[in-house]
Design a protein around this ligand. Structure first.
Ligand SMILES: Cc1ncc(COP(=O)(O)O)c(C=O)c1O
Length: 336
């Protein structure tokens, strides 16, 4: 378990907090055990607000039946399960629709606490939550903001700190949850960053945290190395952006429709489930491993092949992938 005990007096970028705490701890306790999800406290101007909420709830989990969670309708399944577990009232707002979020916030005014929960980036479409507008509404209607950064940590934003860095709201988001298993390459595990009173509460009351196994040290070591590389320079996140745009632009030129904007998750939209499956099989025959997604993972009629650009890809890899798409796309009549 990684613990941050020191109290900061200024805003600290979330990921940097994570990095420094993890690295320091790792240096001190090289062979320690790590929980599958660890909890890290940060300080910021939003701390006092949450501290008050958390202390009012001392002895209980953060949210209960008297509270409300305002959740984007396309949030990740793990968020939906978390809401069920805490038994708060769930108000689903239309995907990235600020007007609908405002309506739901008005409905939730009689609840004790209001928590707006959103993926920072939505994994099936690569689209980015309108965090600035969400934070404005949260301020206006007295709500806390939680973001799931699994598809942003390590590469989104000028220094790869995530969606809140990209959108300039790092000091306005109260709770950040993310994974070590994607861009940080550790294959498993994750973390929650938030004000210390919240983290203290979760340590005592969060059932998924309390009743799961520790992370093996090799997994932690791998994630830490990724963190060190990211801290050392912006090169990786910048080269990711360049490679992403190379793929997106070349695919668009070839006539494909790619959902989302400038995100390394590049969903090649095909519509038909069978087409997505057949095309991904043909891509594999050409040496490109990409996965077709269809209902129930994505809505009916919105089947796609989800391509994920990695920092390890070379320009030649990207070009080879585009060529393979063109070849299979022509075979199946998707492009001419
Ligand atoms: C948006 C999102 N949140 C949470 C998770 C779960 O992450 P982990 O496997 O590290 O618990 C995933 C994994 O796919 C995800 O895509």
């Amino acid at each position: 378990m990684i613990q941050k005990t020191q109290s900061f007096t200024h805003v600290i970028p979330v990921l940097h907090t994570l990095y420094s705490v993890v690295i320091k701890h790792y240096e001190e306790h090289h062979n320690g055990n790590y929980h599958t999800r660890f909890l890290i406290s940060k300080d910021s101007h939003c701390r006092a607000e949450l501290e008050e909420g958390a202390s009012r709830l001392a002895g209980k989990v953060l949210l209960g039946p008297d509270d409300a969670v305002l959740s984007d309708e396309l949030n990740h399944a793990s968020i939906i399960d978390g809401i069920r577990l805490c038994r708060a009232k769930r108000l689903r707002y239309k995907h990235m629709d600020l007007r609908d979020l405002e309506t739901k916030l008005k409905e939730a005014q009689s609840s004790r606490l209001r928590l707006v929960v959103t993926d920072g980036v939505f994994s099936m479409d690569g689209d980015v939550a309108p965090l600035s507008g969400i934070c404005d509404l949260a301020d206006q209607y007295g709500a806390l903001v939680f973001i799931d950064e699994c598809h942003a940590t390590g590469f989104l934003g000028a220094r790869g700190r995530g969606t809140d860095e990209l959108l300039g709201v790092m000091d306005r988001v109260h709770i950040v949850n993310s994974t070590l298993g994607k861009a940080l390459g550790g294959a498993a595990g994750g973390y929650t960053v938030g004000p210390k009173p919240l983290i203290d509460l979760l340590r005592q009351r969060s059932r998924p945290y309390l009743f799961s196994n520790s992370l093996p040290p090799p997994v932690v070591g791998c994630a830490l190395r990724a963190v060190e590389l990211l801290l050392a320079s912006n090169e990786i996140s910048q080269s990711m952006t360049a490679k992403t745009m190379r793929f997106r632009n070349k695919m668009a030129e070839a006539g494909f429709t790619i959902s989302g904007l400038a995100h390394p998750i590049c969903p090649v939209m095909l519509g038909d489930a069978r087409l997505a499956s057949l095309m991904s099989e043909d891509m594999l025959k050409l040496g490109i491993y990409v996965i077709g997604f269809s209902f129930p993972v994505v809505p009916k009629g919105k089947a796609r092949i989800r391509v994920q650009i990695s920092a390890a890809h070379t320009d030649q890899d990207i070009d080879q992938c585009v060529d393979a798409f063109i070849q299979t796309g022509r075979k199946h009549g998707v492009v001419s």
